[in-house]
Design a protein around this ligand. Sequence first.
Ligand code: NAP
Length: 425
Amino acid sequence: MPTYKVAIVGAGPAGYFAAQAINNISDIDRSFAIDMFERLPTPWGLVRSGVAPDHPKIKTVSKVFEKIATGENFRLFANVEIGKDLTVEQLQDRYDAVIIATGSSLGKKLGIPGEDLRGSLSAANFVPWYNAHPDFSDVDVPLDSQVAVVIGGGNVAMDVARILALEPSELDPTDTADHAIDAFRKSSIRKVYIAIRRGPEYAAFTSPELRDLPKLEHTNVVVGEDEISAAIARVGETAEKDVKSNLDAMLFIAQNQKTEHERTIEFLFSHTPKQIQGNGKVEGVVFSTSATEVTIKCGLVVTAIGYNALDIPGVPFENGKVVNIDGRVKGNMYVVGWAKRGPSGVIGTNKSDASAVIELLRQDLNEPKNKSDVTELLQGKTVVTQKDWEAINAAEIAAGEPLSKPRRKGITWDQLMAHAEIYRF
Ligand code: NAP
């Protein structure tokens, strides 16, 4: 029975769902050996460094990833950067198929004056900072003002606003980075605005996330009832199910507003950012609204307006995505997930996305190449294998246990590598 060798670049949800889809096309006529490459010493991508720590249920998908990873046909090569330690061409030569699953990690810019002031940052830096991504432990997050503004109307904006407006002790039983919990404890921020450039009917939030907001125990959530009612009237009976469900969730929030808490999240619709003001650091944001221009005084601005994919030498990129037709890139190269379609959908969206691409890959398969193993190209390189990652994972979980946390994450590359047993080829 022929065995095909497949390289997956990126150990996030899209990569694991691609591996799962590959396993699903394995049958009595052919089998697959899967090698997954990851730049970081740790896998799971956004499930580790993106998903909000106060939403641990979303992270349970990591159990699916670990089941795939412990399969006999699977090897993890973490701490290996494609484009540096190995080239894409080397992978294309050695493997029957190469699947790019590197996501989108660069925050889009607003392109307005003042965006580079201290205190103005992208969710692409803020989120990995509080989630202990080892490249982001030094991000400068000034939390010494009373007011923060989050720009964007999607679930990332909502995650960011919630994390900024939670009572910090609510993060104690989570896997939030130690340095972030310490900073939130000292934070002066009590009011967080979410500024959305269009009306409520166009917001990109999803309703389960909106419905979670009234459950916050220490934070008021403010939405203008008149604004939501006007949007409901505008969309009428013909509104799409998702829009209607969002508007219903927002109306519920508007009609059940709490005022007793010290901390507040307030939604501002139809606010288009024009300028970030400040002398050396952020002091306010100027918005144009349907009526006039308004300035909100604040000391922190976080933009959550989408992401672009990071280039990899040897992979064609355009408009923040890998150039592809339905996931086919060029030769034996494929792309899945956010790197393919842009930053949209929830984690589960990557499952059907990957299945569709792997079906094309199956149709394209020729005879296996039978080239020698990639490990000969990694001589002297310190690789974090699945076993090493399991050692990191166990160490983090053990460190969390006495604190009743699911895990206490390593914050730096050195800490993570020290937890691993480390394999040197
Ligand atoms: P998103 O859902 O695409 O939302 C981006 C938001 O940014 C939109 O409201 C957009 O407004 C706004 N925006 C874009 N350019 C702007 C500009 N120049 N000025 C002002 N606003 C601008 O993206 P996301 O929040 O980054 O989320 C990415 C994906 O991850 C989404 O599919 C999301 O659902 C998913 N996610 C899911 C969860 C969860 O399930 N809990 C959590 C986090 C993320 P316009 O509509 O006007 O363009």
